[in-house]
Design a protein around this ligand. Structure first.
Ligand SMILES: Nc1ncnc2c1ncn2[C@@H]1O[C@H](COP(=O)(O)OP(=O)(O)OP(=O)(O)O)[C@@H](O)[C@H]1O
Ligand SMILES: [Mg+2]
Length: 257
């Protein structure tokens, strides 16, 4: 018996053109992709290839010039700003390279914030945020403000905030771009575990080959076009171990910036 897994994200004939006076930049050129529910997908490519533009459009932060983006059956490029904001609160989590925590709020308050929009009452919000911070190993940093934490700790707060409401899709743009290599491994493992535990879809943008190895699938961009789309085959017996066998990953070497 074969199981058909629905695509949660569908991108059709997507184009994004930026115009600056007479200058025209084709940031995305006719992109067509589908991403399945529960897939950990990596958008990989050199600087300027269009990764952030694509992610911002998928997350409804920017409008396409042409084409459609359908998430969970919602054609998000057709939504009004107001409906889009509600859609994002309901379905989307975002992890930023520079963490983007609110500096005046403590760790627990930052993580509890998305739950305000879900109309969850305060005591429950704080309990959920606390549990989430414990899960990311920050049970002893609940009352710390962003400046009172290390970069890796701030990013773990950012991850807790993105996942706390169990959104259908979490987008991450260079989530480890400001972290050292040891912390990068911790942060990547944490994000993938959280996505897998709840069958959430995770889309990560990176230009680092080491990051791409955590994904189920790698979509490679070059000059605004998809130049490759790999499914990573893993040895099922060794899943979630360091012995994971990756096919084709070596081929990525030549396009790394
Ligand atoms: N607001 C904008 N106005 C004009 N051009 C833009 C704008 N944003 C991006 N671009 C251009 O679109 C192209 C794609 O940019 P994008 O930020 O998506 O690249 P990227 O793959 O995320 O790169 P990096 O790895 O450096 O973050 C680049 O040529 C960039 O100069
Ligand atoms: Mg970028």
């Amino acid at each position: 018996m074969s199981i058909i897994i629905e695509s949660i994200i569908k991108v059709k004939d997507l184009r994004k053109i930026y115009r600056l006076g007479k200058e025209k930049v084709i940031a995305l050129d006719n992109i067509n992709i589908e991403i399945k529910t529960g897939e950990v997908c990596c958008i990989f490519g050199a600087s300027g290839s269009g990764k952030s533009t694509l992610l911002n459009m998928l997350a409804g932060l920017e409008k396409p010039t042409k084409g459609d983006i359908i998430i969970n059956k919602n054609r998000i490029n057709k939504l009004s700003e107001k409906k889009l904001a509600v859609f994002r609160q309901k379905y989307i989590g975002f992890v930023f390279q520079s963490y983007n925590l609110i500096s005046t709020l403590t760790a627990i308050e930052n993580v509890a914030l998305p739950l305000v929009f879900r109309r969850i009452w305060k005591r429950k919000r704080m309990k959920m945020a606390k549990d989430m911070l414990k899960l990311v190993g920050l049970g002893d940093r609940l009352k710390h403000k962003p400046t009172q934490m290390s970069g890796g700790q701030q990013q773990r707060v950012g991850i807790a905030r993105a996942f706390v409401s169990k959104p259908a899709v979490v987008f991450a743009d260079e989530p480890t771009g400001n972290l050292d290599s040891k912390t990068t491994v911790e942060v990547m493992r944490l994000m993938v575990k959280m996505a897998k535990d709840d069958n959430l879809t995770l889309v990560i943008v990176t230009h680092e080959r080491d990051i791409a190895q955590y994904a189920d699938r790698i979509i490679q961009l070059k000059d605004g076009s998809v130049t490759d789309d790999y499914i990573i085959e893993r040895d099922k017996n060794n899943e979630n171990t360091d012995k994971t066998e990756i096919k084709n990953i070596e081929d990525l070497g030549e396009i790394v910036v």
